[in-house]
Design a protein around this ligand. Structure first.
Ligand code: ADP
Ligand code: ASP
Ligand code: MG
Length: 439
């Protein structure tokens, strides 16, 4: 007998029909002892995710706008699930508590977390498993950073007394204030990985609506091929760069405990999906493992003659950015130029002051700012062993008439990152995919 942790994402727990599917999956393997659930997601195109509705209620609350109707939509969805499954959970009572907390001015995090909380209550009742709340077990510091070891200890000692449990994803507690704190969006994946580490699971199954990781986002490349095996390292690059299947921070806890992650499809449970482990030696034909990307970056290019002779130039750039609380994504540099690539949203609000500080403290010959840049990462352990990978990639982009605004190749040689204009994003991904996989 082993232990499997199974996390089910929003679409896998969207309604009674989906919850019956997950029950079948769980009951098909008695090792599936710890179940982590997201809040109900979309049931069909154009539907709303419960988490989005809850955030919207929070925004209404903050602006003193009426939110009763919105909250009623959320209540009705949970009520429908309760009736559909015929379980004994006091949804009305739970919403009375939530409404009362809203009247007292609860936090947006608390409100958002209720989607996972209520869903876990319902699923626990439906499966006949214990419900274990993560409030007080998953701990964050005052700045919202996860306290990894404290969390591991707390989860480990609590779960030791539950042979089978359903655990809500997405949130924990701020250890300083005792208030609910959520991860960033998609964070139930992280809860799953933390639980897997704490119970020393043999495998962390992440059940979603695709049969594993595909070599490119299926919404961009229709019919993208599946990836059967991938390393944590490659996956982290892809997740970080926007392959949204698994939250990028879910990889570290699993990697620490050397627990394989298996991405599976709730709607096609016989498909084996993608296995993620420490090592993956690409097959003979596997030049690249996958492609992912994100839009809306800004590149600030700083030019200064003889820059390379000036000690500490990059350090000064970084210090200025730190002063403005702006993170950088990449800093490709040439002999007389340095570009900093930043998330446009983070820059806005500070942009003019940051540029002024660059001007004053760096005294550059000139600076240029390019907005609307998308970053695309082409990832693969197999790339470092091959010649001509970058040449093939750049040729493909040139043939597709995509302008490259930035290039950065990680020193680990498992990825090549290019910056293109937002408008060329999809076209560029398709061109790269076709160049390596389209034969
Ligand atoms: P869940 O709600 O189960 O957590 P997500 O929506 O977070 O699911 O992640 C699954 C979705 O990720 C898929 O439906 C797909 O649209 C998207 N996706 C993006 N990139 C990829 C990729 N490379 N492979 C597979 N799916 C991808
Ligand atoms: N429900 C949360 C979200 O929509 C967390 C998750 O589903 O992982 O972001
Ligand atoms: Mg997700």
């Amino acid at each position: 007998m082993g232990i499997k942790v199974a996390k089910f994402g929003g679409s896998s727990v969207a309604d009674g029909i989906q919850l019956r599917k997950i029950k079948d999956i769980i009951e098909a393997d008695s090792d599936r002892k710890y179940i982590v659930v997201s809040a109900p997601g979309k049931r069909y195109d154009g539907d709303n995710k419960i988490t989005d509705l809850l955030y919207l209620c929070g925004t209404h609350m903050e602006h003193n706008l009426p939110y009763d109707q919105l909250l009623q939509v959320v209540t009705d969805r949970f009520m429908a699930v309760k009736v559909n499954l015929g379980v004994d959970v006091d949804i009305d009572g739970e919403f009375a508590v939530i409404r009362e907390n809203m009247r007292k001015g609860c936090s947006a995090d608390y409100l958002a977390s209720r989607g996972e909380y209520l869903n876990a209550l319902l699923v626990a009742a439906f499966l006949g498993y214990d419900f274990v709340d993560t409030a007080g077990l998953i701990k964050f510091d005052g700045k919202g950073r996860l306290l990894l070891e404290e969390t591991d200890e707390a989860l480990r000692s609590e779960l030791a007394s539950h042979e089978r449990a359903v655990i809500p994803g997405f949130y924990g507690t701020n250890a300083e204030t005792g208030r609910v704190r959520t991860f960033s969006r998609g964070g139930s994946d992280i809860t799953g990985a933390l639980v897997a580490r704490a119970v020393k699971a043999d495998i962390y199954e992440n059940w979603t609506d695709v049969s594993g990781f595909l070599k490119a986002d299926p919404r961009i490349v229709a019919g993208a091929k599946p990836i059967s095996r991938i390393s944590y390292k490659e996956l982290r690059e892809l997740s970080y760069m926007g392959a949204s299947v698994l939250h990028e921070d879910a990889i570290y806890p699993a990697k620490l405990a050397n627990i394989p992650i298996n991405i599976r499809n709730t709607n096609a449970p016989d498909d084996m999906g993608t296995i993620i482990t420490a090592e993956h030696e690409g097959g003979a034909d596997d030049v690249i493992t996958g492609i992912a990307g994100k839009k809306d970056f800004t590149v600030i290019a700083i030019y200064k003659n003889m820059m390379s002779n000036e000690r500490g130039f990059v350090r000064r750039i970084l210090t200025i950015m730190e002063d403005f609380d702006v993170d950088f994504e990449h800093i490709p540099s040439g002999i007389d130029t340095v570009s900093v690539v930043v998330d446009t949203q983070q820059l806005n609000g500070n942009r003019d002051d940051l540029m002024e500080a660059f001007e004053r403290q760096l005294n550059p010959d000139s600076m240029e700012v390019f907005d609307d840049i998308a970053l695309i990462a082409t990832v693969g352990c197999g790339m470092s062993r091959r010649h001509g990978v970058s040449a093939a990639l750049f040729t493909a982009l040139a043939e597709a008439e995509v302008n490259i605004r930035m290039i950065d190749q990680g020193s680990s040689e498992i990825n090549i990152i290019v910056g293109v204009e937002n408008k060329d994003f999809e076209k560029a991904i398709r061109a790269i995919y076709d160049a390596f996989e389209g034969k």
